[in-house]
Structure formats: C-alpha cells, structure tokens
Design a protein around this ligand. Structure first.
Ligand SMILES: CC(C)(COP(=O)(O)OP(=O)(O)OC[C@H]1O[C@@H](n2cnc3c(N)ncnc32)[C@H](O)[C@@H]1OP(=O)(O)O)[C@@H](O)C(=O)NCCC(=O)NCCS
Length: 163
C-alpha cells in the first residue's frame, strides 16, 4: 500500500510516527475527538491505519479499521477540515474497501451520527446501507448522548464495494 500515488496525494500505512499529526487533525475535525492514545492502542492491537498525505507531506486524512470475525469495522474516517470536499474521504474509503477485500472479509460495518449528513451521504454513495441503530452510542453536548446509525456494505450482496 505504501506510496500509492493519487495525482497530488499518496496513501501510507499509519505508524506511531504519524500520531502527533493524526491527533492534531482529529481535534480540528471532531467535537468529541479520539485521543492520541486511542490511535496508539489501535495500532498496537494490530488494527489497520491508513494516512493520506499531500505531496508536500501535509496530512490530509486517515482511517482506522478493525477486523472482527468476517467483517471490517471502520472505526474512524477523517479528513482535515481545510481539505474536505475534494475527494479525500472517498479515496480513504476506497482504500479501506481495498484492504478489506484483500483480507478476504465479507463486508464492512460502521457507526455514524445521524447529525452527520456529510458522512452518511458519502457512505450511501459508496453503497453502505443502514441496518440498525445503537441507542445513546455517542457523547453529545450538554452531557447528552446521540444514537449511532449502523451501516453495512456487503461484498456478497452487491458490487458496490468495487468502486
Ligand atoms: C465525512 C468526511 C470524511 C468526508 O470527507 P471529504 O473528503 O469531505 O469527502 P469527499 O470530498 O471525498 O466527498 C465525497 C462525497 O461525500 C459527500 N460529502 C462530502 N462533503 C459533503 C458536504 N459538505 N455536504 C454534503 N455532502 C458531502 C458527497 O456525497 C461527496 O461527493 P461530492 O463532493 O461529489 O458531492 C469529512 O467531512 C470529515 O472528515 N468529517 C469530520 C469527521 C467525520 O465526521 N468523519 C466521519 C465519522 S463517521
């Protein structure tokens, strides 16, 4: 995977050397960000991390994937606010699907906030469909909680994952 060229951007496997930048982008992009330690634990547990960088070296975005039995769980997908709406999310999702297929898993699973239409639109465009809801899954403002929509992309039932 390392060095896959996307015109002016390239993908690499996330390593601990990326984590200061990853955690900085995470703080800019999310109201309830993962800590640096969350990313470190993910890498140490053997999960897949992917970074997307601009040729100048700037970190554009990243994703973290956890294999669970026969499915890949997309734990985090994030694009730096200044780089959003330019295809980076799509490029990372494509790479996540490529890795999942290469690992011969049957599909992908993710959770997303109902209040995040950008992400939902991206996943739907890619062929993910909502399969359920997890009550009070996410922290929200004023100590409230927000449900998660669970979305799934099955490689067995459709050809969408090939995009
Ligand atoms: C969700 C996120 C990853 C999308 O990344 P991105 O690089 O902006 O997405 P892309 O440019 O690849 O967009 C692909 C498609 O997503 C949808 N999309 C992206 N941004 C959108 C926006 N502002 N409004 C509506 N749809 C949007 C569109 O379908 C878009 O295709 P289009 O630009 O041809 O219309 C990015 O907004 C992000 O990191 N948000 C903060 C973190 C987050 O919420 N992550 C998801 C957690 S589940």
């Amino acid at each position: 995977m390392s060095g896959v060229l996307l015109t002016d951007r390239y993908l690499t496997a996330m390593t601990e050397a990326d984590l200061d930048e990853v955690a900085a982008v995470e703080k800019l992009a999310y109201e309830f960000p993962w800590s640096r330690g969350n990313f470190q634990d993910s890498l140490r547990n053997g999960y897949y991390g992917v970074c997307l960088r601009h040729v100048t070296g700037t970190l554009v975005g990243y994703c973290v994937l956890m294999p669970v039995v026969d499915e890949m769980h997309l734990l985090n997908l994030c694009v730096a606010p200044a780089a959003q709406r330019a295809g980076a999310g799509l490029a990372l999702l494509r790479e996540a699907v490529r890795i999942t297929r290469a690992e011969k898993l049957d599909g992908m699973l993710l959770e997303v906030r109902p209040s995040n239409p950008r992400a939902i639109q991206l996943y739907e465009r890619f062929g993910f469909t909502a399969i359920g809801r997890r009550k009070n899954y996410y922290p929200a403002r004023h100590r409230a909680r927000e449900d998660a929509i669970v979305m799934r992309l099955s490689f067995k039932e459709s050809a969408h994952g090939a995009r």
